[in-house]
Design a protein around this ligand. Structure first.
Ligand SMILES: Nc1ncnc2c1ncn2[C@@H]1O[C@H](COP(=O)(O)OP(=O)(O)OP(=O)(O)O)[C@@H](O)[C@H]1O
Ligand SMILES: [Mg+2]
Length: 384
């Protein structure tokens, strides 16, 4: 029985644990708070801060896993290199996890590999930001080099927005490096995630492209397949293969691209299942989580079949005054009565504004939206 140490126990981790358990793995789920989604389905749960390198290495020494599977970016990645050197497989590789944790590292690497991206420049302070804005021009996007789900991102139309963008980025960044990236705004027709699977004994394979929409940089809805021009898709696959090969290791990667009128532009990638890929739980014979565990264990993937079209949309907590609260879902019964609707409720112990609490899976956008309208989150009144 293979032992997996899962670093990060969110909703993607939870589905991954279910897939891993189905193939007989023993899973220890870690996160910085108790009863996180993946902990609810794992064999064992450990609560600690994964940015603490010493604690991380102690946990690995004590648990002796076969695989370390990072589910989040906030991990002391330097420690992962030591762990890998001690013979434990980091999925997909310590290098991949390390380079993708920071926007600048993966962007620089893409550049070195000759992969086209939006024009960009870095800035370490407000003066550098103003210079960078003058070079990149408007509109453009300023992002902290370390953040996720659109946190700290600002779309700028004029130089006067510089102060606001700097404050937003530095207030919402993660980690301790004060550095932002200024990116040319790509007026894309659509954006896609190309789920890319690197296998040990077989060639790299891809899921049909997933189209998605983000609001304020955060995932709102996705669908599969997104129909894009054959030549453009071919180019996307070529780029995804180059960059994932460079990062190394085995597993599933979510490679994000912008599609313009005649081209495909690399945006970023996750060396793990992607939030937009949750739609594969509805559409494919093997979900992105099933594919990830198969690739990790070195099992064959005979084929990836798109069984039907599908759509997914998130259920977020919104419009509450209290910062953290216990909650109930309302209307799940009504939503499930709609034609072929499925739902994943993540089981997060507490909600707050903007927190992703569940996802709706359906056959099209119309039904997905109907289901979304029927569901609400209600704050639980706790008497004491
Ligand atoms: N240069 C750009 N031009 C146009 N839109 C952009 C650009 N950069 C980002 N966006 C928009 O913002 C979204 C989030 O950006 P990005 O993927 O870089 O951030 P993120 O915080 O890492 O998101 P996540 O980790 O959740 O994927 C993109 O999916 C896209 O919709
Ligand atoms: Mg992204």
């Amino acid at each position: 029985m293979k032992k997996i140490l899962l670093l990060g126990s969110g909703e993607l981790g939870k589905e991954f644990v279910i897939s891993a358990k189905r193939l007989g793995c023993y899973v220890i789920a870690c996160d910085k708070y108790p009863n996180a989604p993946a902990m609810q389905v794992a064999d064992k749960a450990l609560v600690f801060d994964m940015l603490d390198g010493k604690k991380l290495s102690k946990t690995v020494d004590e648990t002796k896993p076969d695989f370390i599977v990072p589910e989040i970016e906030a991990i002391r990645t330097e420690e992962l290199f030591n762990i890998e050197n001690n013979g434990i497989t980091v999925v997909p590789s310590a290098r991949a996890v390390n380079l993708t944790m920071n926007r600048d590292a993966i962007r620089d690497r893409a550049d070195e590999l000759g992969i086209k991206t939006a024009n960009y420049k870095y800035a370490h302070n407000k003066d550098e930001l103003i210079k960078a804005l003058e070079v990149i021009g408007f509109p453009c996007i300023v992002k902290p080099v370390m953040s996720s789900s659109g946190k700290g991102q600002t779309l700028l139309n004029k130089i006067e927005d510089a102060n606001l963008a700097w404050e937003n980025a530095t207030r919402n960044m993660r980690g301790d490096r004060i550095k932002v990236i200024v990116e040319e705004y790509i007026d894309f027709q659509s954006e896609i995630t190309l789920l890319t699977i690197r296998q040990k004994d077989s060639k790299t394979i891809f899921c049909p492209p997933i189209g998605h929409k983000q609001k304020d940089g955060d995932y709102i809805e996705s669908w599969q397949p997104e129909n894009i021009n054959k030549e453009i898709l071919k180019k996307g696959k070529y780029i995804a293969e180059i960059i994932t090969k460079d990062l190394g290791g085995y597993g599933l990667f979510g490679v994000e691209f912008f599609i313009t009128k005649n081209d495909i532009i690399f945006s970023e990638l996750s060396p793990r299942p992607h939030d937009t890929g949750m739609v594969t739980m509805y559409t494919q014979n093997l979900s992105e989580f099933d594919l990830h565990i198969r690739a990790i264990l070195g099992y064959p993937i005979a084929n990836i079949l798109l069984l039907r079209e599908g759509y997914s949309t998130v259920i977020k907590a919104d419009g509450f005054e209290k910062t953290r609260f216990k909650y109930n879902f309302i209307g799940i019964d009504k939503a499930l009565a709609l034609d072929d609707v499925d739902i994943r409720l993540f089981g997060k112990p507490e909600a707050w504004n903007g927190r992703r609490m569940g996802v709706i899976l359906s056959k099209n956008r119309k039904i997905g939206h109907q289901a979304r309208e029927l569901i609400s989150i209600k704050q639980k009144i706790i008497s004491n």
